[in-house]
Design a protein around this ligand. Structure first.
Ligand code: 5RP
Length: 231
């Protein structure tokens, strides 16, 4: 089965879970990425089942509005019943690396507001130890060189600034006006500790380790089909 078909399967399974477990009139949190796009599309016939959604990126917001969802600003809502998002890597504890699409900061904010994190991905994202996927860190642009040097010295890792896909000679600018550093060469054996440590470097807005906001549920697909794992 092709990876896109596997992503479509988890998206469909996540829709079934939402309709089964979430009462009408609740607010959902929505992540960012290709798997989430399929989830948004599959959920759209039921857009009015929910009071609305809180989105984690401008890209998801545009798609959600186009598909008929009411999108709330995060400041307008008190409670988000569940947050659905993809991951770049996930380990057996539900700790993740996220931010491949550069939306990590808003993703972490919305995830932290939600009662439950439902991760949807294909089995290529499941790992024993996080770190093979370059760890994204969103930074204040003027601090980027200092942060890169600090991480290289402290962690012995290789750091690069992410460039724009559409304009490869320009830095990628996030929805928050930040830049993204991608950190290669890590083996993250203690995700909670490293998540906290990275946040201490002045100028770091957010890092892509989601250990303190780990997944509570994983819907994962492989050649054998779809599985749901509760953490
Ligand atoms: C975006 C993310 C995505 O969830 C992550 O990159 C997975 O994306 P995809 O579903 O396209 O594989 O963290 O910032």
């Amino acid at each position: 089965m092709h990876q896109d078909e596997q992503k479509a399967l988890v998206a469909k399974e996540a829709v079934a879970l939402m309709l089964r477990e979430i009462s009408a009139g609740e607010i959902l949190g929505i992540g960012t990425g290709s798997t989430v796009n399929l989830f948004i599309d599959a959920l759209s016939p039921y857009a009015k089942h929910f009071r609305g959604v809180v989105s984690s990126s401008e890209a998801s917001t545009a798609r959600l509005i186009e598909k008929g969802f009411h999108v709330f600003d995060a400041n307008e809502v008190g409670n988000i019943i569940a947050y659905v998002d993809g991951a770049d890597e996930i380990n057996a504890q539900g700790h993740m690396i996220k931010g491949g699409g550069g939306a990590l900061t808003r993703e972490k904010i919305v995830a932290s507001m939600a009662e439950k994190f439902v991760c949807i991905c294909d089995s290529s994202k499941q790992v024993e130890v996080l770190g093979n996927f370059p760890l994204p860190i969103e930074v204040i642009p003027l601090a980027s060189a200092h942060i890169a040097r600090t991480i290289e010295q402290q962690l012995g890792a290789e750091v690069s600034i992410r460039m724009s896909k559409s304009r490869p000679d320009e830095k990628m600018i996030t929805d928050n006006g930040g830049w993204i550093l991608d950190v290669r060469g890590l083996k993250i054996h203690h995700p909670k500790e490293l998540e906290i440590e990275l946040n201490q470097i002045p100028g770091v807005i957010c890092n892509g380790i989601f250990a303190r906001n780990a997944a509570n549920v994983l819907i994962v697909s492989s050649q054998e089909g779809v599985r749901t794992i509760q953490y």
